[in-house]
Design a protein around this ligand. Structure first.
Ligand code: BGC
Length: 375
C-alpha cells in the first residue's frame, strides 16, 4: 500500500511538473547551481530526438531559470532531446560546457553567453562541424559561427524606459525646473547594454542637453555606470556610495535609470538603507518576482516585461527549422552586427509593466500566480 501511494505521488509529481513546463508557468525556484551538468540528455526520453545544446549563463538571476526551463519543455514537446547547462557566470565553465555539447553530438547550439566576446574559439569548433549556433537573448560577438539571433527588441527596451521617465516627470513641461538623475546599467561584456542604455539615452538626451536632467554624481558614461555580472550587491554598494557622497545633504534624487531588475533591486536596497528624501522614479526590466513586489509596494516605478515563453517558442521554431533544413523565422536583418556582419534576428516585443497592468500582463496571462507575488 505504502509503495502504491509512493508511486502515485511520484506519478502525480511528474504530471504536475510536465503541466508546469508545458503551460509555460515560470515561477521555477532556482535549484542549486553546480556549473556543470544540469540535465542528462539520456534522461529526457524523447526517443530518437535530435540533441540540442542549450547553454545558459547562470541560475543566479530569475529570468535565466525561466528561459532554460521554458526552452527545455518546449523543445522536448517538439520531440528533441535537450542538454541544458548553466555556467554559474563563469566563462571557462561555459566554454567547456559548449565543448562537451559539440563532442556529445548536439546538432544545434542555443547559447545565452556570459561574455559575448569570449566564445570565438569554441564556436570555431562548432563551425568546423557545421553545427548552427543561435545566440539567445545576448549577441555573441566577433564570431562568424553565429547563424541566428533570437532576442527582444533591446533598443526598444531602453526607449520605453526613457519614455516612461519623460512622461512620469512631465519633462516636456518642466520649464526651468531641473531634475536629478543617476544611471546604472549591466555587464560591460553584454552587448545588450549598448541597446538598453543607448536606447534610453536617445530619448533623454534632449532633456540632458537642455539642462532639465542633471546628474549630480557626474557618472554618466556607459562604462562608468556598468555593473559586473548585473549583480544586485554591486549595484547596491555603488548607489550607497553615490547617496552618501551626493545626496546626504538633502539633495533630492528624482530618478534612477536602471537597465534591469537585478540592478534596480540593488538601487532599491541602497535607497532603503541610505536615503530619506522623496522616493525617486526607478526603472527596470524583466519583471522579476522581487521587483514586481516592489512595483506593487511603490519602491520601483516600472519594469519592462519580456515574456520568456515567447522567446523560447520562437527559438524552438528556429531550432526546428534548422533541424528540418528549412528557413528559421526572422524579422530583422539590419540591427545586429556582431563584428563579422549582420546576424539575422528575430526580435520579440517588450511591454511596459506598472501597477496599472501587472495583473493582466503577469497574472492573468499565467506567467506568475497570485501566490508568487504575495508578499
Ligand atoms: C538580458 C536582461 C537581463 C540581464 C541580466 C541581459 O542580457 O537581456 O533581460 O536582465 O541580461 O541577466
Amino acid at each position: 500500500m505504502k509503495k502504491l501511494l509512493a508511486m502515485l505521488l511520484a506519478a502525480s509529481m511528474v504530471v504536475s511538473l510536465a503541466a508546469c513546463g508545458g503551460g509555460g508557468t515560470t515561477s521555477t525556484p532556482a535549484p542549486a547551481e553546480t556549473g556543470t551538468t544540469e540535465t542528462t540528455p539520456a534522461e529526457t526520453g524523447s526517443a530518437g530526438g535530435n540533441l540540442v545544446g542549450v547553454a545558459m549563463p547562470t541560475k543566479d538571476l530569475q529570468r535565466w531559470n525561466q528561459d532554460g526551463e521554458n526552452m527545455k519543455a518546449q523543445l522536448e514537446a517538439a520531440g528533441y532531446t535537450v542538454d541544458l547547462q548553466y555556467a554559474a557566470n563563469d566563462i571557462p565553465t561555459q566554454v567547456s560546457q559548449i565543448e562537451n555539447m559539440i563532442a556529445n553530438g548536439c546538432e544545434v547550439l542555443v547559447i545565452a553567453s556570459i561574455d559575448g566576446e569570449a566564445l570565438g574559439t569554441v564556436l570555431d569548433q562548432a563551425k568546423e562541424k557545421d553545427i548552427p549556433v543561435i545566440a539567445y537573448d545576448r549577441l555573441i560577438m566577433n564570431s562568424d559561427a553565429v547563424s541566428y539571433y533570437a532576442t527582444f527588441d533591446n533598443w526598444n527596451v531602453g526607449v520605453k524606459q526613457g519614455e516612461y521617465i519623460v512622461e512620469a516627470l512631465d519633462l516636456d513641461n518642466a520649464g526651468d525646473k531641473t531634475y536629478n538623475i543617476e544611471y546604472i546599467t549591466g555587464d560591460p561584456g553584454d552587448n545588450n547594454i549598448n541597446f538598453f542604455f543607448d536606447g534610453a539615452i536617445s530619448v533623454l538626451q534632449p532633456y540632458i542637453d537642455a539642462g532639465t536632467l542633471v546628474c549630480p554624481s557626474g557618472q554618466t558614461e556607459k562604462q562608468t555606470v556598468a555593473t559586473a555580472n548585473w549583480a544586485s550587491d554591486a549595484a547596491q554598494s555603488r548607489f550607497e556610495n553615490i547617496l552618501a557622497s551626493y545626496y546626504a545633504d538633502g539633495t533630492q534624487l528624482d530618478v534612477v535609470l536602471a537597465s534591469n531588475d537585478s540592478t534596480a533591486l540593488g538601487v532599491a536596497n541602497a535607497l532603503a538603507s541610505s536615503y530619506t528624501g522623496a522616493y525617486p522614479i526607478l526603472t527596470g526590466q524583466d519583471c522579476d518576482i522581487a521587483n514586481v513586489k516592489n512595483i506593487v509596494a511603490g519602491t520601483q516605478s516600472m519594469s519592462v516585461f519580456k515574456d520568456t515563453r515567447d522567446l523560447a517558442a520562437k527559438t524552438v521554431e528556429m531550432v526546428d527549422a534548422l533541424m528540418k533544413g528549412s528557413e528559421p523565422p526572422i524579422n530583422d536583418t539590419e540591427t545586429y552586427d556582431n563584428g563579422t556582419g549582420i546576424i539575422p534576428s528575430y526580435l520579440c516585443e517588450p511591454v511596459v509593466c506598472t501597477t496599472e497592468n501587472y495583473q493582466e500582463l503577469l497574472v492573468d496571462s499565467g506567467y506568475y500566480t497570485e501566490a508568487d507575488l504575495a508578499s
